[in-house]
Design a protein around this ligand. Sequence first.
Ligand SMILES: *Cc1c(COP(=O)(O)O)cnc(C)c1O
Length: 232
Amino acid sequence: MIRENILEVRRRIESACLKVKRDPAAVKLVVVSKNRSVEEIGEAFLGGITEFGENRVQEALLKYNDKRLATDDTSVKWHMVGHLQTNKVKEAVKIFDLIQSVDSPRLAEEIDKQAAKINKIQEILIEVKTSLEATKSGIKPDETIGLIKEISEFKNIKIKGLMTIAPAVGNPEEVRPYFRQLRELRNEIKPLSTILHSLSILSMGMTDDFEIAIEEGSDMLRIGRAIFEGII
Ligand SMILES: *Cc1c(COP(=O)(O)O)cnc(C)c1O
């Protein structure tokens, strides 16, 4: 079942890419495995998925350390996609390849500090609140450049781009302006890129809206339900 769902999602990613003449290989699929069992994640892995997203550090640690998942295999990558509390950062930097939800200088400073302790350069995305109703977390679009400038001095973080969560709406077409706003913001900050900070990734698009996100330039999809429950 999960294997077929993966094929179906990949097929739809491909046709969305074709529609706007984009290379499907340039759109990364991160499977959001929050609230899913180790067995389900194992099935997705056998179906070719190697990047997983979690939204709670405690839950991610259990999965990361589960022998059945053999996640010491370096081909598996873990993404933090949920709100991160500063008191969980110490554990988070040990297991996540990409922390997608950085939205304050305080959080970035703690990530830098804890990453330095284990000699790691932690890759992060800045979470932007493009819609007021979608989430409590995320920084306001007009504060994003200021945050990036402020935290780009930190030696142990590497800013890779932006993430946003679109509001849940009936018609996916309604989320297009939020995705477009994130793309425009990315284009605005791209000149701030340095050797360390590439500022190019756009993480946007979930089960209900990933095709629109692709059309608006997403290069990282975070999909949960369509993989584990199928597209309804
Ligand atoms: C749950 C979650 C997703 C996946 O959502 P689906 O609708 O299940 O595809 C993506 N991003 C974040 C931040 C999430 O919390």
